[in-house]
Design a protein around this ligand. Sequence first.
Ligand code: TYD
Length: 204
Amino acid sequence: MKRGALIVFEGLDGCGKSTQLRRAAEALRSRGTEPVVTREPTGGRWGLKIRAMAQSGERVSPATELEWFFEDRREHMREIVGPALEEGRIVLSDRSYISTVAYQGARGLDVEKILSDSEAEFNRPDLILLFEISAKEGLARVNARGGKREPVFENLPFLERAAEIFGTLEVAGLARIDAARSEDEIAPDVLRLITICLDDRSDV
Ligand code: TYD
Protein backbone atom coordinates (compact mmCIF):
# COMPACT_ATOMS: atom_id res chain seq x y z
CA MET A 1 0.00 0.00 0.00
CA LYS A 2 1.16 3.52 -0.73
CA ARG A 3 1.29 5.92 2.19
CA GLY A 4 -1.22 8.77 2.42
CA ALA A 5 -0.62 12.21 0.93
CA LEU A 6 -1.48 15.73 2.01
CA ILE A 7 -2.11 18.12 -0.85
CA VAL A 8 -2.80 21.73 0.07
CA PHE A 9 -4.45 24.36 -2.12
CA GLU A 10 -3.23 27.86 -1.31
CA GLY A 11 -3.52 31.39 -2.59
CA LEU A 12 -5.26 34.72 -2.19
CA ASP A 13 -9.00 35.10 -1.80
CA GLY A 14 -10.52 34.81 -5.28
CA CYS A 15 -7.61 32.82 -6.75
CA GLY A 16 -9.88 29.90 -7.71
CA LYS A 17 -8.29 27.27 -5.45
CA SER A 18 -11.61 25.96 -4.11
CA THR A 19 -12.96 25.37 -7.63
CA GLN A 20 -9.75 23.60 -8.62
CA LEU A 21 -9.88 21.49 -5.47
CA ARG A 22 -13.40 20.35 -6.35
CA ARG A 23 -12.31 19.48 -9.87
CA ALA A 24 -9.25 17.58 -8.66
CA ALA A 25 -11.41 15.63 -6.19
CA GLU A 26 -13.77 14.66 -9.02
CA ALA A 27 -10.87 13.60 -11.22
CA LEU A 28 -9.48 11.39 -8.44
CA ARG A 29 -12.93 9.86 -7.86
CA SER A 30 -13.26 9.03 -11.53
CA ARG A 31 -9.96 7.14 -11.21
CA GLY A 32 -11.40 5.16 -8.31
CA THR A 33 -9.78 7.07 -5.41
CA GLU A 34 -12.02 8.80 -2.87
CA PRO A 35 -10.03 11.70 -1.39
CA VAL A 36 -10.67 13.32 1.98
CA VAL A 37 -11.74 16.88 1.17
CA THR A 38 -11.28 19.40 3.94
CA ARG A 39 -10.60 23.06 4.64
CA GLU A 40 -9.27 25.67 7.00
CA PRO A 41 -10.62 27.59 8.78
CA THR A 42 -12.61 24.48 9.76
CA GLY A 43 -16.22 24.25 10.87
CA GLY A 44 -15.01 23.57 14.44
CA ARG A 45 -15.25 25.97 17.37
CA TRP A 46 -12.05 27.89 16.53
CA GLY A 47 -12.92 28.05 12.84
CA LEU A 48 -16.37 29.45 13.62
CA LYS A 49 -14.83 32.04 15.90
CA ILE A 50 -12.44 33.09 13.10
CA ARG A 51 -15.22 33.39 10.52
CA ALA A 52 -17.42 35.41 12.89
CA MET A 53 -14.50 37.78 13.49
CA ALA A 54 -13.68 38.04 9.76
CA GLN A 55 -17.29 38.87 8.90
CA SER A 56 -17.74 41.33 11.78
CA GLY A 57 -15.07 43.61 10.32
CA GLU A 58 -13.54 43.99 13.79
CA ARG A 59 -10.02 42.67 14.10
CA VAL A 60 -8.55 41.08 17.17
CA SER A 61 -4.84 41.59 17.86
CA PRO A 62 -2.41 39.88 15.44
CA ALA A 63 -1.21 37.59 18.24
CA THR A 64 -4.77 36.49 19.07
CA GLU A 65 -5.58 35.96 15.40
CA LEU A 66 -2.47 33.79 15.05
CA GLU A 67 -3.38 31.78 18.11
CA TRP A 68 -6.90 31.10 16.81
CA PHE A 69 -5.59 29.81 13.45
CA PHE A 70 -3.06 27.58 15.24
CA GLU A 71 -5.74 26.19 17.57
CA ASP A 72 -8.06 25.53 14.65
CA ARG A 73 -5.24 23.75 12.77
CA ARG A 74 -4.30 21.68 15.84
CA GLU A 75 -7.85 20.38 16.03
CA HIS A 76 -7.96 19.82 12.26
CA MET A 77 -4.68 17.87 12.20
CA ARG A 78 -5.63 15.81 15.25
CA GLU A 79 -9.15 14.95 14.22
CA ILE A 80 -9.22 14.88 10.41
CA VAL A 81 -5.88 15.14 8.60
CA GLY A 82 -3.70 12.96 10.86
CA PRO A 83 -6.12 10.00 11.05
CA ALA A 84 -6.79 10.15 7.28
CA LEU A 85 -3.06 10.05 6.49
CA GLU A 86 -2.63 7.13 8.90
CA GLU A 87 -5.24 5.26 6.89
CA GLY A 88 -3.30 5.92 3.68
CA ARG A 89 -5.89 8.39 2.33
CA ILE A 90 -5.24 11.30 0.00
CA VAL A 91 -6.19 14.54 1.74
CA LEU A 92 -7.06 17.65 -0.28
CA SER A 93 -7.09 20.68 2.00
CA ASP A 94 -8.35 24.12 1.05
CA ARG A 95 -5.66 26.18 2.86
CA SER A 96 -3.28 25.29 5.65
CA TYR A 97 -0.28 26.91 7.34
CA ILE A 98 1.06 28.63 4.22
CA SER A 99 -2.03 30.87 4.55
CA THR A 100 -1.03 31.73 8.10
CA VAL A 101 2.46 32.61 6.92
CA ALA A 102 1.08 34.97 4.25
CA TYR A 103 -1.97 36.44 5.97
CA GLN A 104 -0.77 36.76 9.55
CA GLY A 105 2.63 37.73 8.13
CA ALA A 106 0.74 40.50 6.35
CA ARG A 107 -0.44 41.64 9.78
CA GLY A 108 3.17 42.26 10.67
CA LEU A 109 4.01 39.00 12.45
CA ASP A 110 7.32 37.24 11.83
CA VAL A 111 6.97 35.26 8.58
CA GLU A 112 9.97 32.98 9.20
CA LYS A 113 8.84 32.17 12.72
CA ILE A 114 5.30 31.29 11.66
CA LEU A 115 6.74 28.99 9.00
CA SER A 116 9.26 27.26 11.26
CA ASP A 117 6.77 26.86 14.15
CA SER A 118 4.24 25.40 11.70
CA GLU A 119 6.71 22.99 10.13
CA ALA A 120 7.79 21.85 13.57
CA GLU A 121 4.25 21.14 14.72
CA PHE A 122 2.08 20.15 11.78
CA ASN A 123 2.07 17.51 9.05
CA ARG A 124 4.09 18.87 6.16
CA PRO A 125 2.18 18.84 2.89
CA ASP A 126 3.49 16.50 0.17
CA LEU A 127 2.44 19.14 -2.34
CA ILE A 128 1.47 22.79 -1.98
CA LEU A 129 -0.37 24.16 -4.99
CA LEU A 130 -0.05 27.94 -4.86
CA PHE A 131 -2.56 29.68 -7.15
CA GLU A 132 -1.01 33.01 -8.06
CA ILE A 133 -3.14 36.00 -8.89
CA SER A 134 -2.81 39.71 -8.18
CA ALA A 135 -4.59 41.07 -5.13
CA LYS A 136 -6.63 43.35 -7.38
CA GLU A 137 -7.84 40.54 -9.63
CA GLY A 138 -8.57 38.26 -6.64
CA LEU A 139 -10.60 40.92 -4.91
CA ALA A 140 -12.51 41.69 -8.12
CA ARG A 141 -13.48 37.99 -8.34
CA VAL A 142 -14.53 37.91 -4.68
CA ASN A 143 -16.71 40.98 -5.24
CA ALA A 144 -18.21 39.50 -8.41
CA ARG A 145 -19.23 36.22 -6.81
CA GLY A 146 -21.17 37.93 -3.98
CA GLY A 147 -21.98 35.85 -0.89
CA LYS A 148 -20.74 36.39 2.65
CA ARG A 149 -18.01 39.01 2.87
CA GLU A 150 -15.03 38.87 5.19
CA PRO A 151 -13.85 42.49 5.28
CA VAL A 152 -11.12 41.78 7.81
CA PHE A 153 -9.17 39.78 5.21
CA GLU A 154 -10.74 40.86 1.94
CA ASN A 155 -9.29 44.33 1.52
CA LEU A 156 -6.76 45.47 -1.04
CA PRO A 157 -3.82 46.79 1.02
CA PHE A 158 -3.90 43.71 3.24
CA LEU A 159 -4.15 41.27 0.32
CA GLU A 160 -1.32 43.08 -1.46
CA ARG A 161 0.94 42.44 1.52
CA ALA A 162 -0.15 38.79 1.62
CA ALA A 163 0.51 38.48 -2.15
CA GLU A 164 4.03 39.77 -1.64
CA ILE A 165 4.72 37.12 1.00
CA PHE A 166 3.19 34.33 -1.14
CA GLY A 167 5.35 35.61 -4.01
CA THR A 168 8.66 35.27 -2.19
CA LEU A 169 8.07 32.08 -0.20
CA GLU A 170 10.53 29.26 -0.60
CA VAL A 171 9.17 26.01 0.77
CA ALA A 172 9.83 22.41 -0.25
CA GLY A 173 6.99 20.89 -2.27
CA LEU A 174 5.58 24.23 -3.41
CA ALA A 175 4.33 24.47 -7.01
CA ARG A 176 3.27 27.84 -8.42
CA ILE A 177 0.31 27.97 -10.76
CA ASP A 178 -0.64 30.92 -12.93
CA ALA A 179 -4.21 31.39 -11.71
CA ALA A 180 -5.00 34.33 -13.98
CA ARG A 181 -5.89 31.77 -16.70
CA SER A 182 -9.29 30.14 -17.20
CA GLU A 183 -10.53 27.32 -14.98
CA ASP A 184 -10.23 24.84 -17.87
CA GLU A 185 -6.66 25.83 -18.61
CA ILE A 186 -5.58 25.46 -15.00
CA ALA A 187 -7.26 22.11 -14.19
CA PRO A 188 -4.93 19.85 -16.28
CA ASP A 189 -1.86 21.49 -14.69
CA VAL A 190 -3.26 20.77 -11.24
CA LEU A 191 -3.99 17.16 -12.10
CA ARG A 192 -0.55 16.64 -13.60
CA LEU A 193 1.17 17.96 -10.45
CA ILE A 194 -1.05 15.81 -8.22
CA THR A 195 -0.38 12.71 -10.33
CA ILE A 196 3.39 13.21 -10.14
CA CYS A 197 3.16 13.71 -6.38
CA LEU A 198 1.05 10.58 -5.87
CA ASP A 199 3.25 8.44 -8.13
CA ASP A 200 6.31 9.55 -6.16
CA ARG A 201 4.96 8.27 -2.84
CA SER A 202 6.80 5.41 -1.28
CA ASP A 203 5.12 2.15 -0.33
CA VAL A 204 4.51 1.43 3.35
P1 TYD B 1 -11.26 31.18 2.90
O1 TYD B 1 -10.48 30.05 2.35
O2 TYD B 1 -11.42 32.38 2.03
O3 TYD B 1 -12.64 30.64 3.36
P2 TYD B 1 -14.06 31.09 2.80
O4 TYD B 1 -14.01 30.88 1.32
O5 TYD B 1 -15.01 30.16 3.49
O6 TYD B 1 -14.22 32.51 3.21
O7 TYD B 1 -10.60 31.60 4.29
C1 TYD B 1 -11.15 32.63 5.08
C2 TYD B 1 -10.14 33.73 5.34
O8 TYD B 1 -9.23 33.33 6.36
C3 TYD B 1 -9.32 34.09 4.13
O9 TYD B 1 -9.47 35.48 3.87
C4 TYD B 1 -7.92 33.82 4.53
C5 TYD B 1 -7.94 33.79 6.03
N1 TYD B 1 -6.92 32.91 6.66
C6 TYD B 1 -5.90 33.46 7.39
O10 TYD B 1 -5.82 34.69 7.54
N2 TYD B 1 -4.99 32.64 7.99
C7 TYD B 1 -5.05 31.27 7.89
O11 TYD B 1 -4.21 30.56 8.47
C8 TYD B 1 -6.12 30.71 7.11
C9 TYD B 1 -6.24 29.22 6.99
C10 TYD B 1 -7.03 31.57 6.51
